[in-house]
Design a protein around this ligand. Structure first.
Ligand code: NAD
Ligand code: UDP
Length: 318
């Protein structure tokens, strides 16, 4: 199979490329490096089946030759990143998704788009099933991301209905692991970096808001199960392991063996209070469920942040 991965030099994209190559496929990654880096995929060139194209998918997406699968993952994902690039975020969700869908249409390829739990906004239903329409503020600061993703979902379904493109939508919940940028602003890389440096660990508000955190290997398995199916989705992919940000910060400080104090900073505007996926459909339709224990996953991620030499250490802590 020949796959095109937009955002392939980012955190999730690089892991997707790596797994596809390990499975024997050929991969073209397309990335403009606005939040990703060629370093994330430098080790993949040795396979001889990997190509990295520097391009902005908002401007177009042309790939020569056959394509069997398009994984559309290009988009800033950290709140810090998308608040810094609000227009680019809306454009990659609209024009970028249009170009990725046009490619899948032209090549008769399966298409899977990375949507997000953010389509549920600050949810009034908990945990969140796919049938929940969400509680999003379109004119709040997070609207640029949430609405870009919601538009991307609607566009994806329209291409399926109007042109018969074999599309799938995954709603990804908070995922972590090696190759997150230590300064990308998301909670887990912030907490690990701060604990490793002995700096105060910044918990927003009282830290009682929750997220449900998934290790990247589990996430990749779920995405590739969706890619291998013909399901249209949307399907939630995430780990129902729900934890408050205060508990998470304290857990990470303990695992790092740090004496960093916890400090409280302002809560971002419209910060969701709770979030947990209902994964019934993923289990039933894709036979997928996360299997990596969160403590093992945190150990592995901390080890990578310590070394940061590109090598991902084995799953069980030594
Ligand atoms: P990331 O920032 O590490 O990766 C995004 C990649 O997309 C980067 O390499 C970036 O340079 C690239 N990109 C952005 N705009 C582009 C453009 N216009 N043209 C070409 N490349 C562009 O983020 P990530 O965590 O790997 O997220 C990947 C995808 O998964 C995103 O679409 C994100 O919305 C989605 N997602 C991620 C999570 C998560 O927890 N990591 C949760 C929900 C959804
Ligand atoms: N958060 C925090 N400290 C930080 C960064 C984030 O307490 O240094 C909080 C943030 O306010 C949110 C949660 O952690 O309540 C998850 O934030 P993240 O940016 O990781 O993901 P998202 O909000 O997109 O789920």
């Amino acid at each position: 199979m020949r796959a095109v991965v937009t955002g392939g030099a980012g955190f999730l994209g690089s892991h997707l490329c790596e797994t596809l190559l390990r499975q024997g496929h050929t991969v073209v990654a397309v990335d403009n490096f606005c939040t990703g880096s060629p370093d994330n995929v430098a080790h993949l060139h040795d396979t001889g089946r990997f190509r990295l194209v520097q391009a902005d998918v908002t401007e177009g997406l042309r790939i020569e030759g056959d394509v069997d699968l398009v994984l559309h993952f290009a988009s800033p994902a950290s709140p810090v990143d998308y608040l810094r690039m609000p227009i680019e975020t809306l454009q990659v969700g609209s024009q970028g998704t249009t170009h990725a869908l046009d490619l899948a249409h032209a090549k008769d390829a399966r298409f899977v788009v990375a949507s997000t739990s953010e389509v549920y906004g600050d949810p009034l239903v908990h945990p969140q099933p796919e049938s929940y329409w969400g509680n999003v503020n379109p004119v709040g600061p997070r609207g640029v991301y949430d609405e870009a993703k919601r538009f991307g979902e609607a566009l994806t379904l329209a291409y399926r209905q109007a042109y018969g493109v074999d599309t799938g939508i995954v709603r990804i919940f908070n995922t972590f692991g090696p190759r997150m940028r230590p300064n990308d602003g998301r909670a887990i890389p912030n907490f690990i970096r701060q604990a490793l440096m002995g700096e105060p660990v910044t918990v927003a508000g009282h830290g009682l808001q929750t997220r449900s955190i998934c290790y990247v290997d589990d996430l990749v398995a779920g995405i590739l199960a969706m890619a291998a199916s013909d399901h249209s989705g949307p399907i939630n992919i995430g780990n129902p392991h729900e934890i408050s940000m205060l508990d998470l910060a304290q857990w990470i400080v303990r695992l790092v063996g740090s004496d960093s104090p916890i400090v409280h900073i302002d809560r971002p505007v419209d910060d969701p209070t709770v979030r947990r996926p209902d994964t019934t459909i993923a289990q039933r339709e894709l036979g997928w469920a996360p299997i990596v224990p969160i403590e093992d996953a945190l150990h592995r991620t901390i080890a990578w942040f310590r070394g940061h030499d590109g090598e991902v250490p084995p799953l069980s802590p030594e």
